[in-house]
Structure formats: C-alpha cells, structure tokens
Ligand binder design. Structure first.
Ligand code: NAP
Ligand code: 12T
Length: 338
C-alpha cells in the first residue's frame, strides 16, 4: 500500500492532538509524520505508534516533501500557511473557517458530498466544515434525499472543547474555584461558563447573529449543494467538555414521518439512532464523547406545519466535528482522488 508524508499543523492543540490519535487508530498509511505548532511548543514530543515525534515550528519551508497537511492552527495562521503548503505540492485539509466559503475550495463531509474532494486540484485546499454543521448535515442528508428539506431551525448546545485547550482549562478551573468558594477567573469567555449558558459563540455581526450561526446557515447549503434550503440558527455554549448537542426543527416538502426518518437514519453511514424515550434513551453528550458516530433521537412530529419533524442530534465535536472528519477526507482522498 502506498504511504504518505503527513504534516499536522497545530498538532499540540485540542484538534491537532486528536488528529494524531485518529491517524494512529485508523492506521492511516503514514510514511513520515511531521508535527508543527508555534515556537512555544518546540521541544515537546508527541507519541505516534509508540514512537516519540518532536514538535517543530511551523515555517514557510515546513512542507517540502509533505503529501498531506492536516491544519488546525487557527484561522489567521491557516490563511497564511495553507496556500504556502499547497504551493509546495501538498494537499491541505483545513479545519479553520478561513477558506470554507470560497467557491473553488471544496467543503466536505464524506457521508454527504465526498465527490467534492475531486476539486482539491483547483487550489490544493479542502476545507473541513464547522463542527456544528458537520453533525447536522450527516443526520439531515438522508432525510433531504428522501423528502427535500424546505427549512431548518436549529439551536445548539456546544461544548467548551470547541474553543480549544484554554477553554477546557477555563471550565475546569472555574468549577474548582466555585467548589472551593474562591473568585473565578475569566479569560476565554466574556462571562462565567461554569454552571451557566452563554448564547454567544464566535463574534457578533451587525445583524445580531454570531459568525458561528452564519457558518451553520451558509455551510449547510454548500455541503448539501442546495441553496434553496432555508436555515436559521442560535448557537449556545454550555458547560460541557466534549460533545455538541442540537435541537433541530425541520420542515419537509413531502411526507417524512418519524418512523420513515428512523428507518432512513438506521441505514445511513456514521449514524446511530438512540430513540426510546420510554426507557429514557436519547443521545447524550457524555455518551457521544470519544465516539465516531453521530447520534440521533427524540424524533417526533412537528404538527404546526404539514410535514415537520423535531429531533436531537449529538456528536463528539473534536472527533466527527473536526479531527475524524478531516482524516476521513484524507482517507477518501488517497483512495480515490489523488
Ligand atoms: P487550540 O487547542 O488552542 O490549539 C491551537 C493550535 O494551533 C496549537 O497547536 C498551537 O500551537 C497552534 N498555533 C497557534 N498559533 C500558531 C502559530 N502562530 N503558528 C503555528 N501554530 C500555531 O485550538 P483547537 O481547538 O485545536 O483549534 C484550532 C483551530 O481549529 C481553530 O482555529 C478552529 O478554527 C479550528 N477548529 C475547527 C473545528 C471545526 O469545527 N471543524 C473545531 C475546533 C477547532 P501552540 O501549542 O504552540 O500554541
Ligand atoms: N469559534 O471551526 O468556539 O469555525 O466552538 C469551531 C468552534 C469556531 C470553527 C467554538 C469556533 C469554529 C468554535
């Protein structure tokens, strides 16, 4: 089997660290693994298949001989270095929001639009969608194919790990401070996140929406390849470490009953239906954490419209929402599109 030189940019972060784990777990055909981060991380090592790999500083000349670059070093760093890596012949799979909405850059969830990977040849960059969008489209694509979605109203309950390692530490230390009756420190979020709920993810736009909300609106249409789908979103941070949950209301063009939806979702790739309310069985963030599937439950009729459903969708935001989806793109890339 052919092997590839792979670089992980942002390797020491919440997403990059998981990328290295997923490459190892799935036995991705890695010839040589290069770990890249800021100058602050030089001297650190990370384990890969039992060997210690040194972290190097991300620089313009980091991509000589690299075939695939998995990027999550932050939007501004990707904006600068992804084109540099692509120019040296590497295919970049970028996890940041830097390129997602550019017309000649594919935005890919393999279960939904794998074929778009072919467009990597245009700029040498493939974007990984936003975490909240990924799990929603994985669950909605099979339903859209069967009954065409008219409109989506989604509210999210997003874990702090989505913001990165510093936010995980902030929730931990606020819980500890409160438990010990000490002052809490706020560095990452503008308000206390422990024992609280913040209707604010990423920055606010003049419209009153946040950028995170508009990612869900715009990325959904691009990945589903249907501009006619109406989407409106409210994105909310909750004091959960791993796993985003979503309450999703869907209006269809034709009939879609809860039983039809359950049957379609049971057969769909990457999905597990957990929907037995009589036994208190529904998807939970703490059960999805560390797993690869997207979990769907609470599937029920919305009888305020002709063909409507409500459902609850949960996935690990760092795995399917970021690292796993990126590695799945890389797997399809080397199998079919390189
Ligand atoms: P994180 O835990 O804060 O990690 C950031 C990583 O980027 C670290 O490895 C850091 O290295 C590196 N980095 C920062 N500045 C750098 C620089 N100037 N040059 C080179 N490396 C630099 O954040 P994260 O949660 O892993 O997220 C990172 C990015 O991934 C975010 O910007 C976000 O856009 C994206 N992301 C996407 C999704 C998604 O929805 N698909 C989910 C989460 C995150 P040091 O350790 O050396 O500082
Ligand atoms: N602000 O990839 O804070 O665009 O949870 C993902 C997660 C941006 C992104 C978060 C964010 C992204 C978050």
């Amino acid at each position: 089997m052919k092997q590839y030189n792979v670089a992980v940019a942002g390797a020491t972060g919440a997403v990059g660290n998981e990328m290295v784990k997923v490459l190892e777990e799935r036995n991705f055909p890695v010839k040589n693994l290069t770990l890249l981060a800021s100058s602050r991380s030089v001297g650190k090592t990370m384990s890969f298949h039992g060997e210690d790999v040194k972290v190097q500083e991300l620089k313009e000349d980091s991509f000589k001989d690299i075939d695939i670059g998995l990027f999550s070093p932050g939007g501004s760093v990707s904006l600068k270095f992804a084109p540099i890596a692509a120019a040296s012949g590497c295919v970049v799979i970028d996890n940041t929001s830097a390129f997602r909405m550019e017309k000649d850059i594919p935005l890919v969830v393999p279960e939904v639009n794998e074929h778009a990977i072919a467009e990597h040849t245009k700029r040498g960059i493939i974007s990984n969608p936003n975490c909240s969008t990924i799990q929603m489209v994985v669950a909605l694509k099979p339903l859209h194919d069967a009954a065409k979605i008219k409109r989506i109203v989604v509210s999210t309950y997003q874990a702090v790990s989505g913001t990165g390692q510093k936010a995980i530490t902030e929730l931990e230390s606020q819980v500890l401070a409160i438990y010990n009756m000490k002052e809490i420190e706020k560095k990452v979020y503008p308000h206390q996140i422990a024992f609280n709920v913040l209707p604010h993810i990423d920055s606010f736009l003049d419209t009153g929406y946040t950028k995170e909300e508009m990612k869900m609106v715009n990325e959904t249409k691009k990945i589903m390849e249907d501009k006619s789908i109406k989407v409106t979103a409210t994105t909310v941070r909750v004091p959960v470490f791993y796993g985003h949950s979503e309450s999703v209301n869907i209006e269809f063009k034709s009939e879609m009953t809860p039983e039809m939806a359950r049957q379609l979702l049971k057969k769909a790739p990457g999905i597990k239906v957990v929907d037995d309310p009589g036994k208190n069985m529904y998807p939970l963030a703490i059960d999805a954490a560390g797993k690869d599937d997207t979990y769907v439950g609470r599937i029920r009729v919305d009888d305020t419209v002709k063909y409507g459903l409500n459902m609850w969708i949960v996935a690990d935001n760092i795995r399917k929402g970021a690292a796993l989806n990126a590695v799945q793109i890389a797997e399809a890339l080397v199998k079919k599109y390189l």
